[in-house]
Design a protein around this ligand. Structure first.
Ligand SMILES: *[C@@H]1O[C@H](CO)[C@@H](O)[C@H](O)[C@H]1NC(C)=O
Ligand SMILES: *[C@@H]1O[C@H](CO)[C@@H](O)[C@H](O)[C@H]1NC(C)=O
Ligand SMILES: *[C@@H]1O[C@H](CO)[C@@H](O)[C@H](O)[C@H]1NC(C)=O
Ligand SMILES: *[C@@H]1O[C@H](CO)[C@@H](O)[C@H](O)[C@H]1NC(C)=O
Ligand SMILES: *[C@@H]1O[C@H](CO)[C@@H](O)[C@H](O)[C@H]1NC(C)=O
Ligand SMILES: *[C@@H]1O[C@H](CO)[C@@H](O)[C@H](O)[C@H]1NC(C)=O
Ligand SMILES: *[C@@H]1O[C@H](CO)[C@@H](O)[C@H](O)[C@H]1NC(C)=O
Ligand SMILES: *[C@@H]1O[C@H](CO)[C@@H](O)[C@H](O)[C@H]1NC(C)=O
Length: 901
């Protein structure tokens, strides 16, 4: 979240201290180069890169238009180098950074014909170094590259404890319109995989050429370090300028110091250099025709490539496949004891990884190739997905259950934000919504628990959520019989309430709303959380009629509808932000489907009318992904849903392209499917800073459109499935062994840990709950694959695939061949048999995923062909009800046969 107020305050820039300061020496002009697929300019004086353009579509990955305001000391550019060294004569690490105090570098002449420019960096480095650094920009096998030769020119030995190459690209959104941001800016994402590591850079637009940065020579990608820089002219480290990172070849000197309390992705190393020894490292820049072919571009450079199916998050009862592609054979593959690894018979460099019994948490797989290269692939092993959900529901409905009925803010009973560090509910915070059961940071705990009841209803947890709905959502969050939703139940107003506010907070902050501000009901985002909660209880009440909730199913459905309409009908007159895409509003699509299935036609039409207005508006906008922030990854989900629903011609594709640019796939559980978020640690977490978030709610939410677009068009579209599935599974990783779930993981190397607050976790969980599906896919290259389930290799044949679902929800299947999606309303899918020859799908459906959850007596099976307007399949021998087919589960199991109708 955040507020416009905050977004604007970021734009108030530091005064002109650095404005126009030309430490880079731009006034001495540029050298141009043309290296095939890339061309650009090098600043003559500093020999850093000024622009790097793909010749294919004339896109510059660097902020050349802003260079004059980025020419001050301390701002990093491509071509800079940082290192730490110590000498044999003892003493600590000395830090060196070529950007700190720039002086024109010494041009080297007479170098080879592929050398575009070369320089000795001595003038721009501190005096008296025992190290000499030269840098060459090269034409390199029809690509472009930079090479640094680091020479120990002292008499004794030197140890490089850190060596980093800044990767500064044009991720500066400050002062640009949405159109200009999309047109000019780029995103970079790392794969921290040693010799196989790379950085992928995508144009925000999502459709044009991408840049791939791979290592040359001995260069390894060991760590990804954020670079502290002056705030400069564009609000460095603000919501509109995340800042720059560097590719670290060695990181020991940081691991021993600033990072000594975190567990690094790779073993930290240093490099000893004997007197006279030269160490050559560098990066190669190549172009991928589009984002989807980045991996092909990586292979072309000679780097090893790893592709995991379904990805790099592996529930304890499942297995994962790993496909390696390299010119040299695998010598050894080692999982440090976390996985049993077997070679898949079908192909050479293909492996099956099965977690060992005790494994949980991060696991690193190290692959050594015959040519001496080493690659690391980063996994996360979770509990079985249903037991992770069971833990999560239990944890929040007990530990985070707030029942102090004397609370003057009327928050009891509720499920509140939880602080794992002190193991306490967050009863107060100067960012009042955290303790106010609204906004995102205040609702994550209850929303996650509520959506868990849809996926896996448990009687005790349900009654906690039901009490919360009747006593607190109604009455406290929605007051005076209105459907308006307040901004925060907690507020700071000592005169208005008999409450002891903790003096250690800064209550003068703009976030410490008084009662009047807290009780405003205009923020549209706040409506989705109660609506999703009502909807989840509707589904449970409807599907498990033996379990009595405090109201009939129709009440929950009616409240979900009325709450939505209060805010979004009438052109959104009651709300602000009603006309942008709202986090989690995919659930409104589910709500609409249910209104139709229940025959509530006037409500369904009314909801459709509200949504049509928004969708038509988005279709007219160049960049329809507005939010509270200047740039955001939150609106695409809702914008996609409704423009696709109404079959509008342009916007659905636009939304997918936008997501493609900010949601990468790489062989690392943290970045794979990690939709870009970098400011919500301030608005939703305990450790507050601008920092790339790993698996904040963007992953779960943006996965929904990605998966849906895949389902509409599965042919040759595995990339979309890989990205979407990764994002959708990500919310499993946030759940710890005790069931607490964190808002997001801190990616800065000094932290590398989950934030202690539950914060806005539940929004991503909503994505998981609505998205989890077993995908059965047949690929030319890889053969038959299952995402979200394990192929039963014993019982599968050439024509028939048997899959055991291993996903978190166990209610959905998609068969790519048929373009068919199946969903059950209740119970769990235990086995899937897809008979390709007969074009038939058979499901074994059971009353529940485990004994500890409600057992369904019957279920509805819904069939859909997302790529078509009609459905040409049917369930044999089944009655129709609620838009689907009824199956009886009273006997403890049902066999569902789905065939062409
Ligand atoms: C690279 O692109 C930028 C921005 O479009 C442009 O100003 C610059 O002249 C281009 N450089 C080359 C060498 O084409
Ligand atoms: C390289 O050539 C340039 C231009 O002729 C000259 O200014 C510079 O001093 C030369 N550099 C060296 C190290 O000789
Ligand atoms: C840097 O080292 C490479 C060998 O790794 C060599 O080919 C190149 O000429 C060296 N460049 C300079 C400027 O010394
Ligand atoms: C390195 O050794 C040479 C020869 O012994 C000596 O002249 C020079 O001063 C030494 N340099 C340093 C930096 O110690
Ligand atoms: C490796 O990738 C290349 C390029 O995409 C492809 O042609 C080749 O078939 C792949 N090899 C394997 C074993 O998958
Ligand atoms: C509040 O919850 C605690 C812990 O679950 C329980 O021991 C206590 O009885 C509850 N109090 C009320 C008033 O419900
Ligand atoms: C405030 O609350 C405390 C504790 O609940 C109570 O003892 C006190 O009487 C209250 N004061 C007022 C003015 O209501
Ligand atoms: C929803 O609003 C309608 C119209 O105001 C009202 O008739 C109905 O009772 C409401 N439903 C619920 C569950 O509050």
């Amino acid at each position: 979240m955040a507020l416009l107020k905050v977004a604007l305050s970021f734009l108030i820039l530091t005064p002109a201290l650095v404005k126009g300061q030309d430490d880079l020496g731009l006034s001495n002009g540029y050298t141009t180069f043309d290296a095939g697929s890339l061309k650009g300019e090098i600043v003559k004086s500093s020999q850093t890169l000024a622009s790097l353009n793909s010749t294919g579509n004339e896109f510059d990955f660097l902020p050349s238009d802003r260079l004059a305001q980025l020419a001050f000391n301390g701002a990093h550019h491509l071509g800079d180098i940082t290192f730490r060294y110590r000498t044999s004569s003892g003493g600590g690490w000395t830090s060196v950074d070529s950007a700190s105090a720039r002086k024109p570098v010494t041009t080297l002449n007479g170098t080879g014909q592929d050398v575009v420019a070369a320089a000795d960096l001595t003038p721009t480095l501190p005096n008296g170094l025992p190290i000499k650094v030269t840098r060459e920009w090269l034409k390199y096998e029809n690509n472009f590259a930079v090479r640094f030769n680091i020479t120990n020119n002292g008499n004794g030995s030197v140890e490089l404890g850190s060596l980093g190459l800044p990767v500064s690209i044009n991720n500066i959104f400050t002062g640009r319109s949405a159109e200009e941001t999309q047109d000019k800016c780029a995103f970079a994402d790392p794969y921290i995989g040693l010799d196989a590591g790379y950085v992928r850079v995508s144009h925000l637009e999502g459709t044009s050429n991408a840049l791939v940065i791979t290592p040359i020579g001995a260069t390894k990608f060991e760590a990804w370090r954020f670079l502290r820089e002056p705030q400069g002219n564009f609000g460095y480290q603000s919501q509109t300028f995340e800042g720059n990172y560097e590719w670290q070849i060695h990181s020991l000197a940081y691991a021993q110091n600033e990072w000594n309390s975190s567990k690094p992705w790779n073993e930290p190393t240093s490099k000893p250099l004997q007197s006279g020894e030269v160490y050559s490292v560098g990066l190669r820049f190549s172009i991928a025709e589009k984002i989807q072919t980045i991996e092909d571009a990586v292979i072309k450079t000679g780097s090893p490539l790893a592709v995991g199916i379904p990805g790099y998050v592996v529930p304890a009862d499942s297995s994962a496949r790993l496909y390696l592609n390299h010119t040299s054979p695998v010598k050894n593959i080692d999982a440090g004891g976390a996985f049993t690894i077997t070679e898949l018979s079908s192909s050479d460099s293909a492996y099956k990884l099965t977690p060992v019994a005790s494994a949980w948490g991060r696991a690193r797989v190290t692959i050594s190739y015959e040519d001496g290269k080493t690659q690391t692939v980063h996994y996360k092993i979770t509990k079985t997905a249903p037991s992770a959900l069971a833990d999560m529901g239990h944890f929040f409905s007990t530990a985070a259950y707030f029942n102090d009925t004397s609370d003057p803010f009327y928050r009891a009973p509720s499920i509140m934000t939880y602080d794992r560090e002190v193991n306490k509910i967050v009863e107060q915070d100067a960012r009042v919504w955290f303790a106010g059961i609204s906004d995102e940071a205040g609702t994550g705990a209850y929303l996650g628990t509520a959506m868990k009841q849809f996926a896996q209803p448990n009687a005790e947890e349900l009654s906690v959520v039901d009490e919360f709905v009747h006593e607190t959502v109604v009455g406290t969050l929605q007051q005076n019989s209105s459907f308006g939703v307040i901004a925060s139940a907690f507020y700071y107003e000592p005169g208005a309430v008999n409450y002891t506010y903790d003096n250690s907070f800064d209550w003068t902050s703009w976030t410490s709303w008084n009662k009047e501000r807290a009780y405003t009901t205009r923020r549209a985002y706040n409506y989705i959380h109660p609506v999703a909660t009502y909807w989840s209880l509707y589904r449970t009440a409807r599907n498990y009629p033996d379990t009595k909730l405090r109201a009939e199913w129709s009440w929950y459905l009616g409240r979900a509808f009325n709450t939505t309409q209060y805010c979004l009908s009438n052109e959104g007159a009651n709300c602000d932000y009603a006309l942008v895409g709202l986090m989690g509003e995919w659930v409104l699509g589910e709500l609409l489907k249910d209104l139709k299935r229940e025959g509530m036609t006037s409500e369904a039409s009314a909801l459709e009318a509200s949504m049509r207005y928004r969708a038509n508006l988005w279709e007219t906008q160049a960049i329809p992904f507005g939010s509270e922030m200047a740039w955001d990854s939150t609106g695409q989900e809702g914008v996609y849903y409704w423009t696709d629903y109404f079959n509008l011609p342009n916007t659905p594709t636009k939304a997918i392209n936008s997501i493609l640019a900010y949601m990468p796939t790489v062989a690392h559980w943290g970045w794979n499917g990690n939709a870009r978020r970098y400011w919500d640690f301030i608005y939703g977490a305990k450790i507050q800073q601008i920092e790339r978030q790993i698996h904040h709610y963007g992953s779960g939410l943006n996965s929904l459109p990605m998966l849906h677009s895949y389902e509409q068009n599965p042919k040759d579209n595995l990339y979309a499935l890989r990205v979407g599935f990764a994002g959708n599974t990500a919310p499993l990783t946030n759940i710890d062994e005790g069931g607490f779930a964190s808002a997001a993981f801190h990616s800065f190397p000094e932290l590398l840990k989950w934030d202690p607050f539950s914060g806005d976790y539940g929004q991503g969980f909503l994505g998981l709950a609505l998205g989890q599906t077993v995908y059965i896919v047949k690929e030319d290259k890889l053969g038959v694959q299952a995402f979200g389930g394990d192929i039963d290799e014993t019982h599968s044949t050439a024509r028939s695939t048997v899959v055991a679902p291993k996903d978190a929800v166990r209610k959905r299947v998609f068969v790519a061949d048929l373009g068919l999606k199946v969903e059950i309303s209740a119970g769990a899918i235990k086995e899937i048999v897809y008979d390709e020859g007969a074009q038939k799908l058979s499901l074994t459906v059971v009353p529940a995923v485990s004994d500890s959850v409600l057992q369904a007596k019957s279920a509805i099976v819904w069939l859909e062909q997302p790529g078509l307007d009609t459905v040409s399949f049917t369930v044999a021998d089944a009655q129709q009800e609620r838009g689907g087919f009824v199956v009886d589960l009273a006997s403890g199991s049902a066999s569902v046969e789905i065939t062409k109708s």
